[in-house]
Design a protein around this ligand. Structure first.
Ligand SMILES: [Zn+2]
Length: 337
């Protein structure tokens, strides 16, 4: 328990408790000294590794002996709070670090220490491997989503704030990695098994817009083709039919329905276009308008108000580009026969 003040440190007389400014305070009748209770500054660090695991230490001493917490300790009078955080990190977990930013300041009334101001920083790991020291019996990384109960509620609160801060960034990184599995392959020196097939792109929310509005998107496209490539006007019906197939391929492609793409036989359309005596530059132009039409339709429906939303639309555009490349390849190979 927090130690109680019995005597005045200045004159040695017993202190009394007195109601002052709405609070019970220690008071010395002899020297009229009021003993204000101020929170003690405590510094802690959130160190997260590249696997999104957070560094915790297991407490050697009371309070909360045997429980896990962030590396944490009192700041001393002659040091900055962030330096105290880095010192505790070094002493308790054997890790050298650099402060990135302030995550949280939480004032708590602790049964053991009294009033505390717990200051938590995000810290990058710059050296050392986790090794328990000082007040810790163990130091290791835990997945952010699988933390044990922590000794300090302030630690849990700070980690929640940290995770919330990085939530969108992590979601974008995960989605982007699915788009380009080569990124992980480069980083790991190997292609991760099962990287295919379990895709959960952020931009899938936009695929539903394409699905719902496929007829409308094709109508808009035929209209644009008529006005921008007048020579194709006489084939509007055939082209409208073909674009419905293109949209079907896009939807299937974006849902990763295996090889059904090839069964759509765009090669046949390539032969048709040749037979109709449509110039291939006009085909390319029409396909470019088709791709742009999807993109424009989707961004008209979705307001771009955050980096996350902008990312999602760019990701969709990227995925569509890949599909159109494949479609155009098949069209041209049919056309050239
Ligand atoms: Zn006194």
């Amino acid at each position: 328990m927090k130690k109680q003040r019995i005597y005045c440190p200045y004159c040695g007389n017993p202190v009394v408790h007195r109601q002052m400014e709405g609070k019970m305070r220690d008071f010395c009748m002899q020297c009229a000294n009021v003993f204000y209770e101020n929170p003690l500054p405590v510094a802690s660090s959130i160190v997260v590794n590249e696997n999104r695991e957070v560094l915790l230490v297991k407490r050697k001493n009371e309070p909360y002996q045997g429980m896990w917490c962030l590396p944490i300790g009192f700041a001393e009078a002659d040091e900055e709070v962030k330096d105290a955080a880095l010192r505790e990190l070094r002493e308790e977990a054997g890790i050298e670090g650099k402060v990135v930013r302030l995550v949280d300041v939480d004032t708590v009334d602790n049964y053991f220490y009294g009033s505390l101001a717990i200051v938590t920083y995000e810290v990058t790991h710059t050296g050392g491997t986790p090794a328990a020291g000082d007040d810790a019996v163990e130091a290791r990384f835990f997945p952010v989503s699988e933390l044990p109960p922590l000794a300090w509620s302030s630690n849990e609160k700070a980690i929640r704030i940290y995770v919330e801060f990085y939530r969108d960034t992590w979601a974008m990184v995960d989605s982007y990695r699915q788009l380009f599995p080569e990124i992980d392959a480069l980083a790991l020196g190997d292609v991760a098994p099962g990287a295919q097939g379990q895709k959960n792109f952020l931009s899938n929310v936009l695929v539903t817009i394409i699905e719902k509005n496929a007829a409308e998107i094709t109508r808009e496209w035929v209209h644009e083709v008529r006005s921008r490539i007048p020579v194709l006007s006489m084939h509007a019906e055939y082209l409208g039919e073909m674009n419905r197939k293109v949209l079907k391929a896009v939807r299937q492609g974006l849902h990763e329905h295996g090889d059904s793409f090839d069964s759509l036989r765009f090669k046949d359309n390539g032969r048709d276009l040749k037979r109709l005596d449509i110039g291939f530059p006009d085909v390319l132009n029409a396909m470019a308008l088709s791709r742009k039409g999807i993109w424009m339709h989707v961004i008209r429906k979705k307001i771009l108000s955050s980096p996350m939303e902008i990312y999602i639309t760019l990701e969709l555009n990227n995925r569509i580009i890949f599909l159109y490349d494949r479609i155009i390849y098949h069209l041209s190979s049919g056309y050239m026969e």
